[in-house]
Design a protein around this ligand. Structure first.
Ligand code: NAG
Ligand code: NAG
Ligand code: NAG
Ligand code: NAG
Ligand code: NAG
Length: 743
């Protein structure tokens, strides 16, 4: 199965390679390099290669060999006659053989930048490019040619098709000799940026359109230099810190030039007279001090003029005369203190002027029928005249921010003004008439001014298009009781016509609301229905708390008493049970007593009568027999009596007493239902019937007393008075006296 699959795969690949006529090693190339789907583009960049890999298919159109270790020019490129783009940048090439690009007729882009070329002769400039009849772009930047010359034609780069030649960063100090571009009859773009170029001479090309010489060291260009470039349209010469354009009669000129960038140079006069077709001039960051009369009178096509970041201190009334096409004029970051009233009239197409960062002290009475956007921010304007805008019938956007304006004149009028930026000025009051004559007003900014009194919506009665009001960072005094404040707040923040975010409206006084938003400060004044119940709420809260507490207490008490009741019932139950148990015991005792009466043997059968000797040794009875009868009436007496009998030795009396005793015993048994112990003292031969407290502790004590004192042998006579059944019953009842734990 697997074998089959491998085989089929093998055949498929075979078929494919046959079909696409791949070289044997074409797949190998794509293992090393990145190929696109149809393998017309092969990227072998950054592979550490020293040569172009073998086996690249001839249909390859784009080959990237950049950033490798190629020292000598690859020889196997010649087969690639379909190659369109070849990138050999970032290698170690220092020479190109004459026939290197033979057969590369399709090549359009050749990148040889960042190699080690140091001399034109090493690359055979006369011949090397010629086989590439379609070559359009040649990048030779970041090499070290040092010059761009044409000495005896040996260094002449010849390519009939080349349009773009890039020689940026090539340490070229001079472009000299006889027409170094003469071999490039189709050249359009020539880049020489970032070279230590001091000047260029004889740069002749009837076709060159764009010339880049930025960030060089140009200081002077001979007046007619550009005349050898009759097709030149775009000239970028910025960042040549020493470059001055001759301001005299022989100024630089080019009839074809449309775009000129000479920013960051050392220009002290615009000198644009020689460029009658100029459309855009960038002359910012230079040293221009003043603009003379008719400075631009030959630049009738100029549309964009940037003179910002210069030192222009004054503008004449006719300075801009002739700038009939000018739309954008940037004069910001200069030192202009005054714009002559009619100076803008000379520019009938002017729509935007930038005058920011100048020394203007007033808006003045500018006149321009076309001007729509004026930026006069960051000047020192302290006066905005009532009729300032009257000469500007197309004005839409006026930026007067960051100035020193302290008041807006009433009824300043413009039928077109939409955006008025008065941020960061010193305004402190406006009234019903301030914006009255600005019917199109759409956005008004007064951020960072000194307004204290809250505005009124009546200020904008005639401004139906107002969409945006920037009121933040003012000194608003929040008088919440003033109905107007609420009204204006609603006017400003209520959707759908919201004009300002409510968080931007911050109170500055009185002291208790400093830093709060208008809404925070006045919330309860504006929403009395929500403020009203608040103290009541507190009362209610307290009441609810008290009631809750009381309920809690009641509940606790209830639980407590119910528990007590339960305990009481338990106690009563326990007592009842104890009582019942006692009753039971009593009955048992009674029964036992009756049974005892029936079953008890005659005590005289149990105790043998004393012998004669014993009788003799017995103590004599002191009392009469009558007294014996008396003793039987009570327990205490009986005990006493019995003790007395101990001392009696009289046999007769003893015998009698015994009879009495047994009678007593019989009457006693049911009474205390206790075990009797009879002791017989062997020593004295006397016997006594002693009744002890049934409690084991007492019994033991008594027994030990006898044991120690009399050394008597204690004979316990298990009372046969009680039969086993009774005794079990008795033990049972005694043992089973209800205890608390039984409940
Ligand atoms: C060649 O590859 C490099 C990356 O190594 C890339 O920067 C460069 O643009 C590529 N060249 C072309 C012509 O695509
Ligand atoms: C130039 O390309 C052709 C195919 O167009 C080819 O037959 C010829 O061998 C190539 N020349 C060299 C020197 O490789
Ligand atoms: C030539 O290659 C470099 C990178 O080495 C790149 O920056 C440059 O843009 C390339 N030139 C062109 C014309 O593609
Ligand atoms: C003004 O431009 C015209 C062409 O429109 C040109 O002939 C003339 O020489 C220019 N003037 C100056 C002073 O360069
Ligand atoms: C502003 O206009 C409103 C409504 O027209 C009016 O009630 C108010 O008194 C005016 N305020 C002033 C200062 O004229």
């Amino acid at each position: 199965m697997i074998l089959l699959r491998i085989l089929s795969l093998f055949f498929i690949t075979l078929a494919n390679s046959d079909l696409l006529e791949f070289d044997d090693s074409s797949n190998e190339v794509c293992l090393i390099c990145i190929c696109n789907m149809d393998k017309t583009s092969v990227d072998c960049s950054r592979r550490g290669l020293t040569d172009v890999p073998e086996g690249i298919h001839t249909k390859v159109k784009k080959l990237n060999m950049s950033n490798n270790e190629i020292f000598s020019f690859p020889k196997n490129l010649k087969r690639l006659n379909n190659l369109n783009s070849l990138d050999l940048s970032g290698n170690q090439l220092s020479e190109i053989p004459e026939e290197a690009f033979n057969n590369l007729t399709a090549l359009e882009v050749l990148n040889l930048s960042r190699n080690h070329f140091e001399s034109w002769l090493q690359i055979n400039p006369n011949e090397v490019l010629q086989p590439m009849t379609n070559l359009k772009i040649l990048d030779l930047s970041f090499n070290k040619f040092g010059t761009m010359g044409n000495l005896a034609n040996q260094e002449l780069l010849i390519s009939p098709s080349l349009e773009t030649l890039i020689l940026d960063n090539c340490e070229i100090e001079s472009v000299h000799g006889r027409s170094p571009l003469s071999g490039l009859i189709n050249i359009r773009v020539f880049k020489l940026n970032n070279n230590p170029l001091i000047g260029f001479q004889n740069l002749i090309s009837p076709t060159l359109k764009s010339l880049y010489v930025s960030n060089c060291r140009l200081s002077y260009i001979s007046p007619n230099e550009l005349s050898y470039l009759p097709s030149l349209v775009y000239l970028k010469m910025s960042h040549n810190y020493r470059l001055e354009l001759s301001s005299t009669v022989n100024s630089l000129f080019s009839v074809s030039l449309r775009y000129l960038d000479i920013s960051y140079c050392n220009i002290n006069q615009p000198s644009l007279k020689g460029f009658p077709n100029l459309r855009k001039a960038i002359i910012n960051h230079n040293m221009i001090r003043f603009l003379s009369s008719n400075e631009f009178n030959n630049n009738t096509k100029l549309e964009h003029l940037d003179l910002s970041y210069n030192n222009v201190a004054s503008v004449m009334g006719d300075t801009f005369r002739g700038l009939t096409s000018l739309k954008f004029l940037d004069l910001s970051w200069n030192q202009i203190a005054h714009i002559p009233e009619n100076s803008l009239v000379e520019m009938p197409a002017l729509t935007q002027i930038k005058l920011a960062r100048n020394y203007l002290t007033r808006v003045g009475h500018l006149k321009s029928t076309s001007l729509a956007i004026i930026d006069m921010s960051s000047c020192e304007i302290n006066l905005l005249g009532k009729d300032s805008l009257e000469g500007l019938p197309s004005l839409v956007d006026l930026d007067l921010s960051h100035n020193l304006i302290s008041s807006i004149p009433e009824s300043i009028s413009s039928n077109t003004l939409k955006y008025l930026n008065l941020n960061y000025n010193r305004l402190s009051s406006v009234n019903n008439f301030t914006f009255f004559m600005l019917p199109r007003l759409t956005g008004l900014g007064v951020i960072g001014n000194r307004f204290t009194t809250i505005w009124s919506r009546f200020y904008f009665l005639s401004n139906p298009y107002l969409e945006r009001l920037d009121l933040s960072d003012n000194l608003w005094r929040c008088d919440c009781e003033d109905e107007n404040m609420f009204d204006f707040y609603e006017y400003v923040t209520l959707e759908p016509n919201k004009k300002e975010e409510s968080y931007s409206l911050i109170c500055h006084s009185p002291n208790n609301v400093v830093g709060q938003t208008w809404l925070e400060a006045c919330y309860f004044t504006w929403n009395p229905s929500e403020r009203g119940p608040n103290p009541n709420n507190l009362v209610w809260f307290i009441i609810v708390m008290i009631v809750g507490l009381a309920l809690c207490l009641l509940l606790i008490n209830g639980i407590k008493s119910s528990m007590n009741r339960r305990l009481a019932t338990i106690q009563a139950e326990r007592e009842r049970q104890i009582e019942a148990a006692r009753d039971r015991l009593r009955q048992i005792r009674l029964r036992a007593e009756q049974e005892a009466l029936v079953n008890t043997p005659d005590p005289r059968d149990l105790i043998a009568p004393p012998t004669y000797d014993e009788a003799l040794s017995m103590p004599k009875l002191n009392v009469s027999c009558h007294s014996l009868n008396e003793t039987g009436s009570g327990k205490g007496r009986r005990k006493r009596g019995r003790r007395k009998t101990k001392s009696s030795g009289d046999l007769l009396e003893e015998t009698e007493r015994d009879i009495q005793e047994s009678e007593l015993e019989l009457t006693e048994v049911p009474d205390d239902r206790r075990r009797r112990r009879r002791r017989r003292s062997k020593k004295y031969g006397s016997h006594e019937i002693a009744e002890y407290d049934q409690s084991p502790g007492v019994r033991r004590r008594l027994m030990s007393d006898h044991g120690t004192v009399d050394d008597s042998v204690i004979v316990q006579v298990e009372a046969e008075l009680e039969n086993p059944v009774h005794s079990r019953n008795r033990r049972h009842s005694v043992d089973e006296v209800p205890t608390e734990s039984n409940f």
